[in-house]
Design a protein around this ligand. Structure first.
Ligand SMILES: [Zn+2]
Length: 294
């Protein structure tokens, strides 16, 4: 059976896997990356590891990378990743270095493909992925196709504006969904309200334990999450929204509440929208990236 190498490049770690064309992850390796590392050095680390993955059945290398990725596999823009990631022609660089077939999309777009072919999006023609971690990313599968957009950067749902002139977002704008519903935003809002620094997971756990301060912040957080997902649902009319990213695990006890809030706010036509967690979890990006080159 054919297989492909899938690589998930994030700001803090790189995960590489060998994926069979039926979606089974045969082998996986992770390594941490240093912030502000030179982009080419990161690619060099990857090319050094490729021979230990590649075999006679391998069809190529698929990559899901942090940042906005253009149609030609070049990084259009990236904040908070590597020092010269922006502008780096990942696809061409790796093709030249390895001689193999290479395809590159944004990491959450890769997650969308993984869920579409092998996860919670199988047999679903219209769905959205919302990845909630330090930021918020998204992928739109519309009529069975990943929406890439004019430059390749469609699906950046984190920068939909919820509140004009609201909280500052890393993108430079104000009031973005990401500035209210990312893990970073949750921790910042808690710290601002109670002058105390707490990890997101702790805040979720304390809210469940009826801690008043934590419950107050989590209620606001869930409301903001639901407002964002309501707009997305009205725009794209998806059958479901699949939640992923580092924060999504903490949302499990709140998912019924989120679903109810979204369903009570969307247009009538969208009342049956489903909201569920990613089936592939942290491996969705590796598996989806590999699917680019099967
Ligand atoms: Zn933004």
């Amino acid at each position: 059976m054919r297989n492909a190498i899938g690589i998930d490049i994030g700001g803090t770690k790189i995960a590489m896997g060998l994926v069979q064309e039926n979606g089974i992850l045969l082998k996986k390796e992770e390594f941490t990356t240093l912030k502000k590392e030179k982009g080419e050095k990161i690619l060099r680390v990857i090319t050094d590891r490729i021979p230990s993955f590649y075999d006679e059945n391998t069809t190529g290398i698929g990559i899901g990378s942090a940042g906005q990725i253009g149609h030609s596999g070049k990084v259009l823009s990236a904040t908070d990743t590597f020092s010269d990631w922006q502008g780096l022609p990942i696809q061409t660089w790796l093709e030249n270095e390895t001689g193999y077939r290479v395809a590159v999309v944004n990491d959450v777009q890769a997650m969308g493909l993984g869920e579409q072919y092998f996860g919670a999006g199988r047999d679903v023609k219209n769905f959205l992925c919302v990845a909630i971690g330090t930021g918020i990313g998204g992928a739109i599968i519309a009529d069975g196709q990943l929406l890439r957009g004019h430059a390749g950067a469609a699906g950046e749902v984190g920068h939909m504006v919820l509140y004009p002139n609201g909280r500052e977002c890393p993108c430079g704008n104000k009031g973005c969904f990401e500035a209210y519903a990312s893990g970073t935003a949750l921790e910042a809002m808690y710290a601002e309200n109670f002058k105390e620094v707490k990890k997101g997971q702790e805040i979720f756990a304390e809210a469940l334990g009826d801690n008043e301060n934590a419950a107050f912040i989590i209620n606001q957080y869930i409301e903001n999450l639901a407002i964002g997902m309501t707009s997305l649902t009205n725009i794209f009319n998806p059958e479901k929204i699949i939640l992923g990213g580092g924060v999504s695990g903490s949302l499990v006890p709140f998912i019924t509440d989120i679903r109810q809030q979204v369903r009570s706010q969307v247009n009538k036509i969208n009342k049956d929208v489903e909201i569920e967690l990613s089936m592939l979890g942290g491996d969705a990006m590796i598996i989806g990236a590999a699917s680019l080159v099967f």
